[in-house]
Design a protein around this ligand. Structure first.
Ligand code: R2B
Ligand code: URA
Length: 316
């Protein structure tokens, strides 16, 4: 089989204009008496979603439940958020063991699992949640704080994604709906990215702007040689990764395409910040010591925390 040519110009497609911000665009929702956000274990009948979530301004997503729990506690300290004596932060979605959801004042910290299907379910439910809560889609910002494999970058560098592309470098997510393939553009917000880069610089966190390749698989989808199966050579792998790198791809992960596409569809401002755990031009295995990796994984969190504090006017 011939590989698809990735040296096309689709990667440089102009971002289409963002629609007017709206968390939901679905006429069916108006006819529903109740709405069960099944994977979050929340519903509009038994929970006062407006009372619980009306002040949300920042929604921070990350893959791992424990990392997003730790981020919630970190934000509690950073925002000097006062809890009532004897209380602590609780996982609001503990009735479901799919995702964790923590709230620290105007900040939500939520885990999305691995890959596009898991993230897509969560974003649908978070968008509906914010709509039920009556939040303003113009003033809420979404962040994905994640990990990735870098291309030609020193491991530990944070990549702020200027756009997400799929495994053949197309800047849109394809979804099969009613037997049709629908393409949703996956662009992120240049103004927000510029602010985040400045924030990163101000706290001394090594960051770059670049395109992010989002794949449906960690092994063959990311041109690894070390999966259970592999039908290509090291030379094939290196040719592909070097060509992707030459086309502006800075890192590879598994959710940015869906994140960018769904936020763009809602017109919600969003950014993707992923630390690189290795340089994929030098290898496939992630063998960095755990404590070093832990520190690297905090870097996107530190940038976003500093950004949020600045927006809320909180100084140390
Ligand atoms: C980064 O890391 C995970 C795979 O190890 C995946 O969720 C991603 O995007
Ligand atoms: N996450 C990925 O998806 N790929 C990597 O190489 C590292 C983390």
């Amino acid at each position: 089989m011939e590989p698809i040519n990735i040296d096309n110009d689709i990667i440089n497609m102009e971002p289409p204009p963002s629609p007017k911000p709206s968390f939901v665009r679905n006429a069916n929702l108006a006819n529903m008496k109740e709405d069960y956000l099944y994977h979050l274990a929340l519903d509009s009948k038994n929970h006062d979603l407006r009372d619980m979530f009306k002040d949300v301004k920042f929604v921070c997503f990350g893959g791992s439940p424990s990392r997003m729990k730790a981020f919630a506690f970190y934000m509690k300290d950073q925002l000097k958020y006062k809890m009532i004596a004897g209380q602590t932060l609780e996982n609001i979605s503990k009735g479901s063991d799919r995702y964790v959801l923590y709230k620290v004042g105007p900040v939500l910290s939520v885990s999305h699992g691995m890959g596009i299907p898991s993230l897509s379910i969560l974003i649908h439910e978070i968008l509906k949640l914010l709509n039920h809560a009556g939040c303003d889609p113009d003033s809420v910002v979404f962040f994905r704080l994640g990990t990735s494999g870098g291309l030609g970058l020193e491991p530990g560098t944070v990549v702020i994604s200027e756009a997400a592309v799929d495994g053949i470098l197309r800047p849109y997510m394809e979804v099969a709906t009613l037997g049709m393939i629908i393409q949703y553009p996956a662009f992120l917000c240049p103004e927000l990215n510029k602010e985040l880069l400045d924030t990163a610089k101000s706290i001394g966190c090594q960051s770059v702007l670049g395109k992010t390749m989002c794949t449906y698989d960690f092994y063959e989808g990311q041109a690894r040689l070390d999966g259970a199966f592999c039908d290509y050579t090291e030379e094939d792998k290196m040719n592909f990764l070097k060509r992707a790198h030459a086309r502006g791809i800075a890192n590879i992960e598994m959710e940015s395409l869906c994140f960018a596409a769904m936020c763009h569809r809602a017109g919600v401002k969003s950014a993707v910040l992923c630390v690189t755990l290795l340089n994929r031009l030098e290898g496939d295995q992630i063998s960095t010591p755990h404590d070093v990796m832990e520190e690297w994984q905090c870097r996107p969190q530190r940038i976003v925390a500093a950004f949020i504090k600045q927006k809320l006017g909180i100084t140390d």
